[in-house]
Every structure is written in structure tokens, then in C-alpha cells.
Write a protein that binds this ligand. Structure first.
Ligand SMILES: Cc1cc2nc3c(=O)[nH]c(=O)nc-3n(C[C@H](O)[C@H](O)[C@H](O)COP(=O)(O)O)c2cc1C
Length: 167
């Protein structure tokens, strides 16, 4: 039983979540940045991480997901939006739909992740126009600011362990 944990991360949230998943996994395991490992043949379970970008998985993770053939794949992500929101559900569902037909999705996990200030619009007029600040958005971003936290890491680790224990 050998697991691989892959991450794509722009500001470190998803990488930190990947490390928590890696730490929780039993047995033989490896961790690496997406794009650097392309031979998946030696692994029984592959965890693929994404950060939410334009209402879906980021582009690197999209490429990774569509390139894994004949494997069980578990998908995790971090996003500015709430983990129990319809948007988060869609990100995960759309990410799973990218897997080739000969791979299966073994489970999904998502939590919030601090949104970099550039995107929030503190310093960027264009971003401010695209995503105008509303009271709801401000509350969501303030909550995202605290994540991923210790509880998220614990939940992600337990989620990953449950998946490999089912194998
Ligand atoms: C350019 C950009 C686009 C983003 N788009 C979304 C989005 O569509 N939905 C969302 O929930 N979060 C979005 N976010 C928030 C990030 O997905 C979130 O902060 C994530 O935790 C960043 O992960 P990282 O630190 O691993 O890069 C966006 C962030 C950036 C910088």
C-alpha cells in the first residue's frame, strides 16, 4: 500500500493541507508538487490538491487530474468560499469530473483558505471591480483568513486515513 500526495498551491494553504494529509497517512507514502511527478504507476492511492481559482480547481490541478489513468484518486482543496456552500460542492464535483474514465474518485475534502490581499482587492482596482466588497463577502473573507487551521488539518488527516483504510 503506497500513497502519493500531490499539491498545487499559490500562497501555501493547499501545500499545508497536503502536508497534514501526508503526516496522517500510514505506510509507504510520498508527497510532491504537481507537475513534477508524472509516473503514477507505483501508487495505490493518489491524493490531488487544488486551490480554488475562477470557480473551479486551479489550472495545474486540472491538468494533473486529467492525466491520472487507472487509479483511485482522492481530491482535496482550499477555497475562499465556505466548505459547505454550493460553490465548494461544485468545485469538488467539477474536479472529480476531470478524472479519466478509467480512474475513480475515492473521496473529496475542502476547507477555507486565506485569500491573498491582491485578490481581495485591497491593492487592486480591477479586482475591486470584478469582486465588489459586500458585507457577506467581507465576513466570508474574514473567516477564510483563519484557515486552514488546526481543526482543518485534523479533519483532513482523518478523512485521508478513512480513505486508505477502506482499501
Ligand atoms: C486569482 C485567485 C482566484 C481565486 N478564485 C477563487 C474562486 O473562484 N473561489 C473561491 O472560493 N476562492 C478563490 N480564490 C481563493 C483561493 O482559492 C484560496 O485563498 C486558497 O486557499 C489559496 O490556496 P493556496 O494558498 O494553496 O494558493 C482565489 C484566489 C486567487 C488568488
Amino acid at each position: 500500500m503506497k500513497s502519493l500526495v500531490l499539491w498545487s498551491s499559490r500562497t501555501g494553504n493547499t501545500k499545508a493541507l497536503a502536508e497534514a494529509i501526508y503526516d496522517a497517512l500510514p505506510g509507504e507514502k510520498e508527497i510532491g508538487e504537481e507537475g513534477r511527478i508524472s509516473d503514477f504507476s507505483g501508487y495505490d492511492m493518489i491524493f490531488v490538491g487544488f486551490w480554488a481559482f475562477r470557480r473551479g480547481a486551479d489550472m495545474v490541478a486540472r491538468r494533473t487530474l486529467s492525466s491520472i489513468h487507472g487509479k483511485k484518486v482522492a481530491i482535496f482543496g482550499t477555497a475562499g468560499t465556505y466548505p459547505d456552500s454550493p460553490a465548494a460542492h461544485d468545485y469538488l464535483e467539477n474536479a472529480a469530473a476531470l478524472l479519466p474514465d478509467d480512474s475513480t474518485c475515492a473521496g473529496t475534502f475542502i476547507c477555507q483558505g486565506r485569500v491573498h490581499s491582491f485578490h481581495v482587492g485591497k491593492r487592486n482596482e480591477h479586482a475591486q471591480k470584478v469582486h465588489p466588497m459586500t458585507p457577506e463577502r467581507l465576513v466570508r473573507l474574514q473567516e477564510a483568513e483563519k484557515h486552514p487551521d488546526g481543526e482543518d488539518f485534523k479533519k483532513a488527516g482523518a478523512w485521508a486515513l478513512e480513505i486508505v483504510n477502506k482499501l
